[in-house]
Design a protein around this ligand. Structure first.
Ligand code: ADP
Length: 476
């Protein structure tokens, strides 16, 4: 059933429903027709019954008072009933529990014989005792027969109506069962497949291309074909992403090399100059001067060390160790690392964690490194004190945990905003390495997340980090 196209499923389901409805309507039509036939039969027999009572009354009048006039009325009424019986043959003989030919013929024959005997009596102006006996007997039999027929047909109508009621309930049950079966075997799969498609689209929109696996799905119906297409799209996107990443890497490699040359060149140059001066003036220098020169060399080599450390962080593909964490805990730990700087710089901080925020599956030290980076940048942008707001919430539509870090610092100029994530981009001259944000960007990318920035010069800066939620069931 699962390998049927949706179009075919809908056509088959509609056909099954049409057949069931036709059967029920056909049954209803036949039942109503049977009731109508029986009602017509009852009308004819009822008329016959009433007429026979009148005829027997006329018959008695004749035998008691020799009233020939009443016999003429009897013959007229009898003939009317006789022809009515003849024309109503179809209602009486056939149909549900009909009279049957034999009983019908005997009714007609008896009536005919009865009328003949009476007619002879009228014509000869006398009725023999033998004929009188036969007339009485036939009259009695006819009355009894029509009475019992009337009772029987009424019972037939009752039975048919009861049967219709039962069949109505059965029809409802049949319709219900057919609907349940149609749902089970025809449409349940469609909902399952739509859900699958929804999940896949979510994965694609969250950039989790590797998780979109559709190879096992055979494309039998329209939705399955769409699901496969989403899978192909995801693979294509992943490929393109890799290509982009690759070309981006090559581009940034150039920046990196010139950056490294420049960054290391300055302190190395300084060291070389200091060393030269130190050597040429060695004999003239006092102990304090020598210490100062050595101190300068130490400062410059420390700077080189810091640059090299950051470079290693930037280039090293550390293996991620993912664990489930409450984002609030990582925020608190990171704040702990910059507590001193916050205090010295007179920066007040406010943390708001919405309730509930799902867990995130992250490499905690890496995320901590990102947050410390953002906090330090924010503190440096608030030279004369300020406020730092850290908010965590849950974006239900994208199933992501959202963390914002907002400061009331200097802000970032519009023209340099697109460059701040570039390696070695810094506005802090020798105090900055320009690697903090590019390292942070890489870490968040590896977590399948996003990091974005908004800034207003003179107002402050907001960094927004989005990380995939661990899963509603476990996280809340
Ligand atoms: P670094 O801090 O070593 O300069 P980063 O990569 O961390 O390197 O930052 C790059 C640049 O982005 C900074 O030099 C600074 O100009 C700008 N920047 C980052 N965060 C902020 C902030 N909160 N406020 C203002 N400028 C910022």
């Amino acid at each position: 059933m699962i390998d049927m196209t949706i179009r075919r499923r809908i056509i088959i389901a509609a056909l099954i429903q049409a057949v069931v409805i036709c059967l029920i309507c056909g049954f209803g039509y036949l039942s109503v027709k049977a009731v109508l036939t029986k009602l017509q039969a009852i009308e004819v027999i009822d008329d016959l019954n009433i007429s026979l009572l009148e005829m027997r009354k006329a018959e008695k009048n004749y035998f008691l008072y020799k009233d020939l006039g009443s016999l003429n009325e009897l013959i007229q009424t009898g003939e009317e009933r006789y022809s009515a019986l003849q024309s109503s043959r179809p209602y009486l003989v056939s149909g549900f529990r009909g009279l049957g030919t034999e009983q019908y013929d005997s009714l007609l024959d008896n009536l005919k014989r009865y009328l003949e005997l009476v007619r002879q009596g009228v014509m000869t102006n006398q009725i023999s005792p033998h004929a009188e006996e036969e007339i009485r007997k036939l009259g009695h039999e006819l009355t009894a027969l029509s009475g019992s027929l009337l009772t029987r047909e009424r019972k037939n109508v009752n039975d048919i109506v009861s049967f219709i009621l039962i069949m109505l309930i059965v029809s409802l049950a049949v319709i219900f069962v057919v609907q349940v079966l149609l749902w089970r075997y025809f449409f349940r799969f469609i909902i399952q497949e739509i859900n699958l498609m929804e999940d896949m689209i979510r994965m694609v929109s969250a950039g989790r291309f590797q998780e979109v696996t559709t190879q096992t799905i055979a494309p039998h119906n329209e939705i399955q074909i769409a699901v496969r297409a989403i899978g192909d799209m995801a693979r294509e996107l992943e490929k393109r992403e890799q290509e982009l990443l690759q070309s981006g890497k090559l581009a940034s490699l150039g920046v990196l090399i010139s950056g490294v040359a420049h960054e290391l060149g300055n302190p190395l140059n300084n060291i070389s100059l200091i060393a030269q001066t130190y050597l040429s003036l060695y004999d003239l220098l006092g102990d304090d001067d020598k210490k100062n020169y050595m101190g300068d060399i130490y400062t410059q080599s420390e700077r080189i060390k810091k640059i090299v450390e950051n470079l290693l962080d930037f280039s090293r593909q550390k293996k991620q160790e993912l664990q489930d964490f409450q984002i609030g805990d990582i925020v608190q730990r990171s704040l702990g690392l910059v507590a001193n700087q916050l205090k010295i710089s007179k920066v007040k901080h406010y943390v708001t964690i919405a309730d509930p925020v799902p867990l995130v599956s992250v490499d905690a030290p890496q995320i901590q490194q990102v947050l410390v980076n953002l906090f330090v940048n924010a503190i440096q942008a608030m030279d004369h004190g300020g406020e730092l707001f850290i908010d965590a919430s849950y974006d239900q539509d994208r199933d992501m945990v959202v963390l914002t870090v907002r400061d009331t610092g200097t802000g970032i100029k519009k023209e340099i905003l697109p460059n701040i994530f570039d390696p070695f981009f810094t506005t802090k001259s020798t105090k900055g390495t320009g690697l903090g944000l590019s390292v942070s960007y890489g870490i968040i990318q590896q977590h399948h997340g996003e990091i974005t920035v908004e800034s207003e010069e003179g107002q402050g800066t907001t960094f927004t980090i989005k990380l995939p939620a661990k899963g509603k069931d476990k996280g809340e």
